[in-house]
Design a protein around this ligand. Structure first.
Ligand code: ZN
Length: 281
């Protein structure tokens, strides 16, 4: 069986992170330069991937999003304002998603196929809404109960095409990778974990995971690659949040090269989510 890796990016600003939402953030500071740094890294390896974009940034990012498409990557949805779907009513969620589809279509003449919820915050009812829209897949499932903001998406009525790919009525669900250790599921697939865990730990967890013959669905954010290291966080930001935000940003690029090397050694094929819609049928 072939194994696929999607090294996706959630295109959002540093202030979209949920732990800043209720605080006063200086939105004139930007970390979106991280997108170009990631594009250059991907280009070095000839990797094409999926960029999940926050709708309110589409206008500002029009030229870089066009570059993303010209370089053969995919654009998908990451909500309009990066509000968690579970904090919206069903109707609000539908409107928010339709609005994001529309702005991408208008500005980029591009029809998106996929969605990923901010904070993996999705349930069955909201998934049903995505299925009614002209979308082909969702990538909001993660098997991780230790994070209070994450949802726990039930896809038991879907058919398993792979351990982490589900299918029902022409619609696909992709599960972000976690590794089971001592009865707990640890996400090994997010930029935050890549930055914060010592490389030796990441490498060990990865090697454990890769033995399971599963696909590898990863996500990272522009702020993690940004060279703007001096972002001023709101003055009342807690120590733990400062740590989670800043730690490992200067070494993440180097770790990313090592991560790609390991995936290559394990014969992973690098794809965009939309490629999996063709392969797995
Ligand atoms: Zn996000």
């Amino acid at each position: 069986m072939k194994k696929y890796a999607v090294l996706g990016m959630d295109v959002e600003e540093w202030y979209h992170l949920d732990y800043f939402l209720d605080e006063k953030t200086d939105k004139s500071q930007s970390t979106l330069d991280g997108i170009e740094i990631y594009l250059t890294l991907l280009k070095k390896y000839g990797i094409k991937t999926t960029f999940f974009v926050v709708g309110e940034l589409v206008e500002k990012l029009e030229s870089v999003l066009k570059r993303i498409l010209n370089e053969g990557h995919e654009i998908a949805l990451h909500s309009f304002h990066h509000k968690r779907p579970l904090s919206m009513t069903l109707e609000e969620f539908r409107i928010d998603t339709e609005k994001t589809i529309k702005i991408i279509k208008e500005k980029l003449q591009y029809e998106v196929k996929g969605f990923r919820a901010p904070c993996f915050s999705l349930d069955k009812e909201r998934l049903n809404i995505l299925q009614q829209l002209p979308l082909k897949y969702d990538a909001s499932k993660i098997n991780f109960n230790n994070h209070q903001l994450y949802g726990n998406l039930d896809v038991s009525d879907f058919q398993n095409l792979a351990p982490d790919i589900y299918f029902k009525d022409s619609f696909y669900e992709f599960e972000t990778s976690t590794v089971s250790m001592l009865g707990k599921n640890i996400p090994i697939s997010g930029g935050g974990y890549l930055r914060i865990l010592p490389w030796k730990v990441t490498e060990y967890l990865l090697q454990t995971y890769l033995k399971k013959q599963k696909n590898y669905f990863f996500y990272i954010h522009p702020f993690e690659f940004s060279r703007n290291y001096n972002i001023k966080l709101p003055s009342d930001t807690e120590m733990i949040t400062k740590f989670r935000f800043h730690h490992g940003r200067k070494t993440v690029e180097n770790k990313m090269h090592r991560l790609i090397k390991i995936l290559k050694e394990n014969n992973y094929e690098f794809v965009k989510f939309e490629d999996l819609l063709k392969i797995e049928k």
